[in-house]
Design a binder for this molecule. Structure first.
Ligand code: AMP
Ligand code: MG
Length: 489
């Protein structure tokens, strides 16, 4: 049996300045630790052959499959607000693209597969911990219904990578609808290469926004479409308590998928100022700052597109500002609609927004668990709300609010069971809690992958109760709390 990838590559057909041709660096002893079989099937790949030693060799970058055209993509980016004119895939190599079962073009990329011309001082490698973290969290996001890159496989390389200590090396196979970022546009715009910006924009429109080919002003429409997808994406993050951690422009996908799972984390108790990333000392990428940063990143994209808007700069700037102006309303609409669903409101009335904000304020004050408060509020639609109440340090704060909530839901015709079902469908029981992710990584580093298997299985059905796995819903005990996360590069 040979492993067959039905590659149909388009990015590597773009001009040479878009990438560097580079093959993965072979590794000593590849061993497959996880294959995402449903995703393999979705991509038109045969999971059985991918599970053979030949498959593991490909997924580790030891052999390059037929039809691949391996490249490292060029990009720039603002990192924590500072512009770096050249970043690029320093530890990732795009093998090629396949068309999936739904007709969607998907990148297949190896992350941690050795140095590239963009590696700068890095070794081009990834450690097992961050690879598993990305696998777990990206697949959890997918199960939550949030646009994201996916994880097809994780392999260990049989080699060590040197970080603060020697760690087992690993490679993640990442699948994305593309790896084009705001930073990809910045790479060319900062070099004043307007023709390349246009070429990239045309590629993006054809690939991600084909409806815009008919638009009067396709480049304006492209900016508007990316703005809309990012506004919706960030609203979705907030609604599940997700903190990306490194919202640099090179980690902002043009397709609107969540990309680059580094020091990301889900919060346990609700705190709008929550930061986990060890390198985010100023809290730039704190939970509640994410919409603002999203708009900042989109403004950087708009700057790149100005020369395509008009030769008159003032006119182009005004048009860009007009388009960016839609972000706040789009974000708020998506966020508020999501919150209404989370508290079980089927209709919209004056005062709803304030009512929900009062709940959030009480949660923050009482260190209520974000996920469990909403999940148990669903139970409160059918019972006395004791479990929701128990999330609050001072339960009286919940009681006062719950009285007003009960009066509000009584104005709607839906019965308790219907309301609870609707709430359970949007309020997950299971999220990748930090302490669980850390425990799984610790076990895996000691060659025990059973906890990883179990966690990924639970997180694949986040909205189901799964009584046998109830403990996975629990917040950390005080001594299990993870206060910081690391990007692990
Ligand atoms: P990230 O923080 O993962 O978004 O990466 C930022 C930049 O650093 C990208 O250009 C990466 O390719 C590069 N990079 C991160 N880790 C490594 C590494 N171990 N070796 C080479 N380049 C890296
Ligand atoms: Mg990145």
């Amino acid at each position: 049996m040979t492993v067959h990838f039905p590659f149909q590559n388009s990015y590597s057909a773009l001009p040479d300045s878009f990438f560097a041709r580079v093959a993965p660096t072979p590794v000593a002893a590849p061993r497959l630790i996880k294959l995402n079989r449903p995703l393999a099937l979705q991509l038109g790949l045969d999971p059985d052959t991918l599970e053979t030693p030949e498959g593991a060799a490909i997924l580790a970058g030891k052999t390059v499959p037929d039809g691949a055209d391996p490249i490292a993509m060029a990009y720039a980016g603002h990192q924590f607000g500072h512009f770096v004119p050249q970043l690029g895939d320093g530890r990732a190599i795009l093998l090629g693209e396949v068309i999936d079962k739904d007709g969607v073009r998907r990148d297949i990329q190896l992350k941690g597969s050795g140095p590239t011309p963009f590696s700068r001082r890095g070794d081009g490698r990834a450690a097992l911990g961050p690879v598993l973290r990305e696998y777990i969290v990206s697949e959890a996001m997918y199960a939550l219904g949030i646009p994201t890159t996916r994880s097809l496989a994780a392999v260990v390389t049989g080699e060590h990578v040197l970080r603060e200590t020697a760690l087992p090396g690993a490679v993640l196979t990442r699948v994305a609808s593309s790896h084009i970022r705001v930073g990809t546009f910045q790479f060319f715009a900062s070099r004043r290469d307007t023709e390349a910006v246009r070429r990239l924009a045309d590629h993006v429109i054809a690939r991600h926004y084909p409806d815009l080919l008919q638009a009067d002003r396709p480049y304006h429409a492209l900016l508007a479409a990316v703005v809309e997808r990012q506004a919706n994406l960030i609203a979705r993050w907030l609604l599940v308590g997700f903190i990306h951690g490194v919202m640099n422009t090179d980690n902002t996908s043009i397709s609107g998928e969540t990309i680059d799972y580094g020091p990301c984390a889900f919060m346990d108790s609700y705190n709008p100022a929550q930061v986990f990333s060890s390198i985010d000392e100023m809290g730039r990428y704190a939970y509640a700052n994410q919409p603002r940063i999203g708009l900042w990143n989109l403004t950087r994209l708009a700057e790149c597109l100005l020369p395509l808007f008009s030769d008159e700069q003032e006119k182009a700037v005004a048009e860009a500002q007009d388009i960016l102006g839609a972000f706040s309303d789009q974000f708020s609409a998506a966020y508020q609609a999501g919150l209404r669903r989370k508290v079980g409101l089927f209709t919209e009335r004056d005062g709803d927004e304030a009512l929900i904000q009062d709940l959030l304020d009480a949660m923050a004050k009482n260190q209520a668990d974000f996920t469990l408060t909403f999940r148990k509020l669903g139970d409160a639609a059918v019972d006395d709300g004791a479990d929701a109440r128990a999330q609050f340090m001072e339960p009286a704060a919940f009681d006062e609010w719950a009285g007003r909530w009960r009066a509000r839901i009584a104005l709607e015709p839906q019965g308790p069971a219907e309301r609870r079902a609707a709430m359970d469908a949007v309020n997950p029981m299971f999220i990748p809690r930090n302490h669980r992710v850390e425990a799984v990584i610790q076990a895996a580093v000691n060659d025990d992958y059973a906890p990883f298997e179990e966690l990924t299985k639970v997180l694949a059905r986040p909205f189901e109760d799964q009584p046998g796995h109830a403990a996975y819903a629990d917040p950390p005990l005080p001594d299990q709390r993870v206060l910081q996360t690391f990007c692990g590069t």
